[in-house]
Each structure stands twice: as C-alpha cells, then as structure tokens.
Design a binder for this molecule. Structure first.
Ligand code: ASP
Length: 586
C-alpha cells in the first residue's frame, strides 16, 4: 500500500507523489486548512488538506487521533517560517490529495504524548497503545539490533543456533521452578527451564562444538525491581576452550556491540578476583565508575571498650570497615538519617560516621558522636589509614561480614550517585576466582551451579571445600552482572565429588540429572560457556531504569500480565483432565 514511511520523508522527495499509511497522531484545524500529523514506525509527517478537494478535506476533518489512514499526496517544502528543525521531516509537508480511513479508533485511554501523567498500570493494561510511543518503538528496535548483531558475531565465529526444550525436568539452578502439569502422565509435572544449562552441555557431548541460543528462561522468584519471571538469555557453550578463550571471545562480542551500536569503546576489561571485589567494594559486581573503596579497620578497633565495634573486630565471621566519602562533610543530619535507613535494608543496625572539618586540629577538627567511644588515638589512627582530608565524611560498618559488605557496598553506590562522583560512563570488568561453595543454613551450596569446575583436584576439593575456587567468571558493567558462566566439569569422578560435597545423594542425583551423569561417561569434551541477560544488557545500553521498559509485554512485580490478566483460572473440566483438585476453590 505505502510508497514511503512517514518518518523517512526528506527534502529530496519534494515533488514526488507518494502514498503513506499510518496513524493520525494529531489533527489540527487551522482556519479552513486541516493538518494531520501521520505517524508510522519511522516517525511523523505533516499532511495538509485544502478545502478545494472537498471529499478528502471532509474525511480529514472527520479523522480523530489513532485513526488508521492511507493518504496519497505530493511532497512539497514547508512555507517559509514554518520549518520545524526539531522534526526530522520538519522541512517538508505532504499536500494530501486522497484519503482513505482504513480503520477508526476509539479515543485512546491516554494520549501518546501524555504517557508520563498516566500510571504504569494503565500503560501496561493497554500495552498495544503504549508500544506505539516513539520511545517504546525505539527501545524494541534497539533490542532487535542487539540480538541481530550478537547473532551475526556468533555466526561469524562458527556458533550454531540450536533450540532446547521448554518442557523439562526440573534443573537445579537454584530458583523455584514454574511447573506445568502433564495430562498424559498423571501426577507428573514438567518444569519450565531456568536456563538451558544441561542441554547445552549435552550438545557439547554431542560434538556441536559451539552453541548459542536466544533463550527464554523462567524463574519463580519473589520479584525485585529488576527481575522478571520470564526473561531472555544469550546462552553460549563451547568445547575445547578454556576460560581465557571463552572470556576473550565474549568480551570481544560485547566490545564490538557497544562500538557498533553506541559508538563506545569499552577497551580491555580488567579482571578482579572475587575476594578483592568483596574486600574493596563490598560486592561481587563492583561498580567501578565510582572511585571510593571500603577500607578495613578491625585491627585498629580490636582493643577498644566500645562493644559495637570491638565485638565484630574480634570475630572472624565479622567485618569492620570504613567508607571515606570525599566532599561528604556537607551531608546534612537528614541525609545521614536517610542513609542509615538505606543501609538497614541490608540488615545494618546503624551507621556510624565521622565528619572531617579541620584535620590539622586532630580530633578537635572532627565531628562525630562516636569519637568519645573510639578514643582519640584510635580515631586518629583510622583517619591516618584512610588518608582523611578536610571535607570528607567517613561511614563505618561493623557486623557479620556479609551484612557489612552488602550495606556499605550499596551505600558506596548510593552516595556516589547522589554526590555525582562517577568518574566515567562505562566501567566493565570480569570478576573471577569465585569460591566453589558458600555456607548457608541449609549447608554448602554451589555459588554458581553444581556443574562448574573447581580449579583444584577432587582430593583437594574434598579436603577443603570452602577454600576451593571455581573456574567461573562474571562479566560486570556499571555494577550490573551482564553475564556469567564457567568451565564445566566434564569428568564423572569430579562431578560425583561435587555432588557428594553438596550433600546430593547418588539417588537424588540420578533422579534429577542422571542423563547428564551418564553422558559424562561417553566421551564428554572439556567445555564451558556463559549466559548474558539480554534484558539487562538492553537496559544498560539504552539507559533505562526499569526492565519492563525494554520488554514488549512484561509481567508486573507480582508476576502477572495486566493486559491478558495471566495467570488466570481454568475450567473445572481442564483441571479434571489434568487430575488436579484444588485444595481451595477460588
Ligand atoms: N546457566 C547459567 C545461568 O543461567 C549460565 C552459565 O553457566 O552458562 O546463570
């Protein structure tokens, strides 16, 4: 039907007869002349209808916002003084000659220009209209460009796009599964994939050598702001490559992506061991745009009377650390109270602080409620270690190591953002040398997943599991985990050792993933890979705050779809067929 997209029209089309198809974005009646701004996916064009073409004029006059129209007309330059430099098509307009109303529209629930004043629930309930907005069109187009560039890169590097099943046995990825009842197998359930982890490993056993998939994954977790119950991974697995090879290949992919689509050179990604990231930044995904670091001061506090610090300072499971914020002395009481509330989210019971006003006057130049508890000598020793300067504020954390790292790690970013301390726009890195296991209330669990290879022998692993490091790696950008993966275990003995340490019995292992354990006995090659979170990558690249803004039809925080109202009830007949009886009928 159309000859040109509205948004593509330029000066060089002047004089051409064209056909446009799109939506009426706005109708204006300028004293006898009707202007229609017509919109399609490429943008807006202004079409003018004169009264001397009676029929099309009357039709144009009857158009309302969001009517779908086909317009034949001629491109001409805009009259002197009416050129709009803000619009890409602002130098031209179309003289409308014929107009067909292809479809009418009810008055939309919100004007496309006024979306900011409507709640997100209205936007999500009417997503098909919300998605007409140029910002949303732009984000989804960008997303398509990203997947396209990634596919091209992986294709150029010999990767095969192979689909893996959606209806599966539960995989032990750590989160809760979404379950699907089987009609044919009474009382049995499929699990939706949390990731294609085991299948991609099996594809390596089958000899495909390099696999990728733009894979939908499902995790039934309590949702945080940046999570979705279904999300997309760029899932990658390779054979006969070690961590250097895999990191190099994927780092190159992300660097190329940023260069091609954003004109940004991310440079070489530095590597940082997990222990160093936790020590210096209190996070396994440090945001290196901010220069501040955590500096431990437990040794200086070990002898003081004040239990709040001395207790943790003498407990090996605890951490006592300081965060020096240059320029932070100007923070008000209210700011500090707000930060105290903020760290309490992470379990911190308080937030001690010292303001540095005139360091040349020793403790007299400091301002703080805690100096009297620390004593002058300890206070000055801390200031010395931190290299405190006038205008600084120092925050302290003293508690279980996990609480202190998380609380002060998060505070570091929050204060950094509030005081605009970011030193660069993009800060990528690899975090490496993760521990194999972590201790939880339920015993030892795998930090990555149970198929990740340790960097030691099975004997050493068994002897000292909590000391063992894994061959896992995370790619981090601006404090976000973009992707993570590992070299896998390809040896049956090692796999059995890891499962044993995790307290997974042979029976349970056989029941859950016996097929993988069997496959490892039939010539499994050394292999490894990783997965990138596509939604988060797009968020970062487009500077979007909410994950819902980069997904066409997202779920809400309570894991439902406001438009289709999924999940929903099903009929009694369907339940009967599945042999499911609800404990409580809704
Ligand atoms: N399957 C892992 C995940 O979803 C990624 C990987 O190890 O490749 O986190």
């Amino acid at each position: 039907m159309r000859s040109h997209y509205c948004g593509d029209l330029r000066k060089e089309h002047i004089g051409e007869d064209i056909t446009l198809c799109g939506w009426v974005h706005r109708r204006r009646d300028h004293g006898g002349v009707i202007f229609l701004d017509v919109r399609d996916r490429e943008g807006l064009a202004q079409v003018v209808f004169d009264p001397d073409r009676e029929e099309s004029f009357a039709l144009a006059d009857s158009c309302r916002n969001e009517f779908v129209v086909e317009i034949k007309g001629t491109v001409r330059s805009r009259p002197e003084g009416t050129i709009n430099p803000e619009m890409p098509t602002g130098e031209i307009e179309v003289l409308g000659k014929e107009l067909v109303i292809l479809n009418k529209s009810e008055t939309p629930p919100f004007q496309l220009d006024e979306h900011q004043n409507v709640g997100e629930d209205v936007r999500l309930r009417n997503r098909y209209i919300d998605l007409r907005r140029p910002e949303m069109q732009e984000k989804l187009r960008f997303r398509s460009k990203v997947t396209n560039a990634i596919r091209n890169y992986l294709d150029d590097n010999g990767f095969l796009d192979i689909e893996t099943p959606i209806l599966n046995r539960a995989t032990p990825e750590g989160a809760r599964d979404y379950l699907v009842p089987s009609r044919v197998h009474e009382g049995q359930f499929f699990a939706l994939p949390q990731s294609p982890q085991l299948f991609k490993q099996l594809l390596m056993v089958s000899g495909f050598d390099r696999y990728y998939q733009v894979a939908k994954c499902f995790r039934d977790e309590d949702l945080r702001a940046d999570r979705q119950p279904e999300f997309t991974q760029i899932d990658i697995e390779t054979s006969f490559m070690d961590e250097e090879g895999i990191m190099g290949l994927t780092e190159n992919m992300i660097r190329k992506l940023f260069l091609e689509l954003k004109g940004v050179d991310l440079g070489d990604f530095p590597r940082m061991p997990y222990s160093e990231a936790m020590q210096r930044y209190g996070s396994d995904k440090p945001d290196l745009r901010f220069p501040m670091e955590l500096i431990d001061v437990a040794d200086l506090m070990a002898e003081i009377e004040f239990k709040v610090f001395a207790g943790p300072a003498n407990d090996p499971k605890c951490r006592v650390t300081a965060l020096k914020v240059p320029g932070g002395a100007k923070l008000t009481r209210k700011n500090i109270d707000d930060y105290t509330k903020y760290v309490s989210i992470y379990g911190a019971k308080g937030l001690a602080w010292i303001k540095v006003n005139e360091i040349e006057n020793g403790v007299n130049g400091l301002q703080s409620p805690i100096i009297k508890f620390l004593g002058d000598e300890v206070t000055m020793a801390i200031m010395d270690r931190l290299g405190a300067e006038n205008g600084d504020i120092v925050f302290f954390g003293a508690d279980k190591a996990k609480i202190v790292s998380e609380a002060l790690g998060a505070l570091r970013i929050k204060v950094g953002e509030d005081l605009e301390m970011s030193e660069r726009e993009w800060a990528p890195l690899w975090v490496v040398d993760f521990p194999m296991f972590e201790e939880t209330d339920a015993g030892l669990t795998a930090l990555h997943h149970p198929f990740t290879a340790p960097s030691c022998s099975p004997e050493d692993l068994k002897a000292n599991p909590l000391e063992a490091l894994s061959r896992a790696y995370d790619m981090v950008l601006n404090g976000c985990e973009l992707g993570g993966g590992s070299v896998r275990i390809h040896d049956q003995e090692m796999q059995a050792t890891v499962l044993e340490i995790l307290g997974i019995s042979d029976e349970e292992a056989d029941d859950k993933f016996g097929f993988l354990l069997n496959a490892l006995q039939y010539g499994a090659p050394p292999h490894g890979g990783l997965a990138f979170g596509l939604d988060r990558l797009i968020m970062l690249m487009t500077g979007t705050e909410s994950i819902r803004e980069v997904i066409a039809f997202p779920k809400t925080q309570s894991a439902s779809c406001m438009m289709t109202e999924a999940p929903g009830e099903v009929s009694a007949a369907q339940l009967r067929e599945l042999n499911i009886k609800l404990r409580k009928t809704p």
